[in-house]
Design a protein around this ligand. Structure first.
Ligand SMILES: NC(=O)c1ccc[n+]([C@@H]2O[C@H](COP(=O)([O-])OP(=O)(O)OC[C@H]3O[C@@H](n4cnc5c(N)ncnc54)[C@H](O)[C@@H]3O)[C@@H](O)[C@H]2O)c1
Length: 289
């Protein structure tokens, strides 16, 4: 007797409803400003109740109010992701307020921009603590709860293209931490697949958040020339916007991505697809051609 083939699924039965997050509870870390705030509001817009955390107290209170204005429940919890006790307390707050968690967006990240040979050890340690260890601790706290609930879940770790290839210009600790986040993503996807907990990562590049622009304009190079250099490496021809991460985050959080796990999703305008030699390109097309 041969093995029985699995039953065929019905084709084309999927609807936009599959992207809905109604009835789900999410936690977004680092949601006071920038990408975290945009994704928290995006999840709420798709129907989720959303807890938000950050060290920026005013910022998360504002995000929390915006989520409530969208008709969803929210709490704002002050949490320094470099501190294990603070992360434990954050999840205890989520338990008290919602009694469950279905989605975690592990968004907090930090950098320390030095030449490698001048990087103070304390800065290396701080970046690893916040970006890698903090991401791991949040994932484990969420994963434990999702396993106990028995209803699966979605964990989305925010990585970076600088964890995929060398970027230079002081990105060493940031890149090393994000490369660790990528492997954390793959290993947790494998470990927790049997619990229907999907673990994926979004890899942004050159998203012009306020913090990113402030950081880049304070560096010892001409910003306009630097921006043009970046644009030469982005086939879609523009820098990213906060809102560019919202659709990918809703997709990965939702049942539309039910069979997607261990995936690193580039949201980089094609930056990583391009060989550096390709940044010398055809002249821009004429407007009337
Ligand atoms: N902007 C980009 O181009 C870009 C590119 C690649 C990856 N990323 C990643 O995306 C994520 C968000 O980036 P962003 O550009 O929105 O940054 P951002 O600086 O605008 O926001 C980061 C948020 O994290 C909070 N935060 C910082 N340290 C914290 C800590 N120890 N504990 C709790 N909260 C803390 C900040 O207060 C802030 O609200 C980060 O993980 C970053 O590495 C961003």
């Amino acid at each position: 007797m041969g093995r029985r083939l699995p039953r065929r699924s019905s084709c084309g039965a999927m609807s936009l409803e599959t992207f809905s997050l109604a009835g789900k509870v999410a936690l977004v870390t680092g949601a006071a400003v920038g990408l975290g705030r945009a994704m928290a509001l995006g999840l709420a817009g798709a129907g989720a109740d959303v807890a938000v955390s950050d060290v920026n107290v005013e910022g998360i209170q504002d995000t929390c109010r915006e989520i409530e204005r969208l008709g969803r429940r929210s709490i704002a919890v002050t949490c320094d992701n470099a501190k294990r006790e603070a992360i434990m307390a954050l999840f205890a707050e989520v338990d008290r307020a919602f009694g469950r968690i279905d989605i975690l967006i592990n968004n907090v990240g930090a950098g320390a921009r030095y030449r490698p040979e001048e990087l103070p050890f304390e800065d290396w340690q701080r970046v690893i603590d916040i970006s890698l260890t903090g991401t791991f601790l949040c994932a484990v706290q969420a994963g434990k709860r999702m396993i106990a609930q028995g209803t699966g879940g979605s964990i989305i770790n925010i990585g970076s293209t600088c964890g995929m290839s060398g970027m230079g210009r002081g990105n060493l600790p940031h890149g090393a931490a994000k490369a660790g986040v990528n492997q954390l993503t793959r290993d947790l996807a494998v470990e927790w697949g049997p619990h229907r907990i999907r673990v994926n990562s979004i890899q942004p590049a050159q998203i012009a958040t306020d913090a990113w622009v402030n950081g880049m304009t304070s560096m010892p190079w001409d910003f306009q020339a630097f921006e043009q250099h970046l644009l030469n490496g982005i086939p879609l021809g523009r820098l990213g916007k906060d809102s560019d991460l919202v659709g990918p985050a809703i997709f990965l959080a939702s049942d539309a991505a039910a069979f997607v796990t261990g995936h690193l999703l580039f949201v980089d305008g094609g930056n990583l697809a391009l060989n550096a030699a390709g940044s010398i390109t055809w002249p821009a097309p004429k407007a009337d051609s």
